[in-house]
Design a protein around this ligand. Structure first.
Ligand code: ADP
Ligand code: MG
Length: 288
């Protein structure tokens, strides 16, 4: 039988917007060695603003933004949402003949016969698009039209209000290492990671590489020590499923993430990870 205190713990957690899918996960939170975070939508708000539109020679700002908005028409990635918002006009979907989202890269569409790519440098390299890497720092969305580089759009996201405190609280609770795994560019990942005081930062990772990094960390701990992964489920559902304890942001997160996770944070606040560990510790004191 399950000791009564565990129900108290799960109930107490749910009152704080933390849904724990089983008492075993609450118990496991007593031995956390690593807390690994996704960046976008997890430590940052996942709400990007377009800060610059930089067309290549022969392209206008308006045309560049329009190509990007068409390319992002069917994507629910936070980057896509921001580009459509900056474009601000209705998009005639009948102009789009084909659409493909390349996970961790960006999108590819055929619009009125033009082949449009919108995504990161990896996407450009994958399709042999020649371009000079910009010196600006920020999350970049590069655009290519019919194999020619059309320019880039700079977007920026903000860290969540409680993110820094979330990291320091975990350290106080005895978590050995806080880590970030991101698909975003290295300068962006490192800037956010340093600002928040994370111990290790791994950037430019594709979804399957996030799983590989997680497995490497997993290999560096004892069996009884636990690894937590916290994500929003956009491109990180496999990592959520692979962690000892997968925690999803329930508000921003996808249905798939909520399904794959062991714990769901309804308020999307990363500080709730420390709250959950605190509840786990108090619950254990009551139970034993
Ligand atoms: P994170 O790990 O920061 O949550 P993702 O794995 O979701 O990021 O995405 C990694 C990178 O892939 C993004 O930073 C972006 O460069 C690119 N990307 C993914 N989806 C899109 C998209 N729809 N449009 C443009 N770029 C995208
Ligand atoms: Mg994400």
């Amino acid at each position: 039988s399950i000791p009564l205190g565990f129900f108290g713990g799960i109930g107490g957690a749910s009152k704080r917007g933390i849904l724990v899918k089983g008492s075993n996960y609450l118990e496991a939170l007593n031995n956390v060695k690593y807390v690994v975070f996704d960046k976008t939508g997890t430590l940052t708000k996942g709400v990007f603003d377009v800060t610059a539109v930089r067309p290549a020679v022969g392209m206008t700002e308006v045309a560049l933004l329009q190509y990007a908005a068409f390319a992002e028409v069917h994507s629910n990635h936070p980057i896509a949402v921001s580009i459509r918002k900056a474009y601000g006009q209705d998009i005639d979907e009948t102009a789009i003949q084909s659409y493909e989202e390349v996970s961790g890269h960006g999108t590819m569409v055929s619009v009125n016969g033009a082949e449009v790519l919108a995504g990161n440098a990896k996407l450009m390299n994958k399709y042999d698009i020649q371009f000079t890497a910009p010196t600006e720092v920020g999350t970049m969305v590069h655009v290519a039209v019919n194999g020619n580089y059309a320019g880039y759009i700079v977007i920026s996201d903000e860290v969540k209000e409680d993110a820094a405190q979330a990291i320091s609280a975990l350290k106080e609770l005895g978590v050995k290492k806080t880590v970030m795994l991101t698909g975003d560019a290295k300068p962006v990942g490192e800037a956010v990671g340093k600002q928040l005081g994370l111990d290790e930062i791994y950037a430019e990772l594709l979804p399957h590489q996030k799983v590989e990094e997680l497995e490497k960390l997993d290999g560096k701990k004892l069996k009884k020590e636990k690894l937590v992964f916290v994500g929003d489920g956009i491109n990180d559902t496999p990592v959520l499923a692979r962690a000892d304890i997968g925690i999803a942001m329930g508000g921003l997160g996808s249905d798939a993430a909520i399904e794959a996770a062991d714990i769901v944070i309804m308020t999307d606040e990363p500080s709730k990870i420390a709250t959950a560990i605190g509840i786990a510790k108090r619950t254990r004191r009551i139970v034993y």
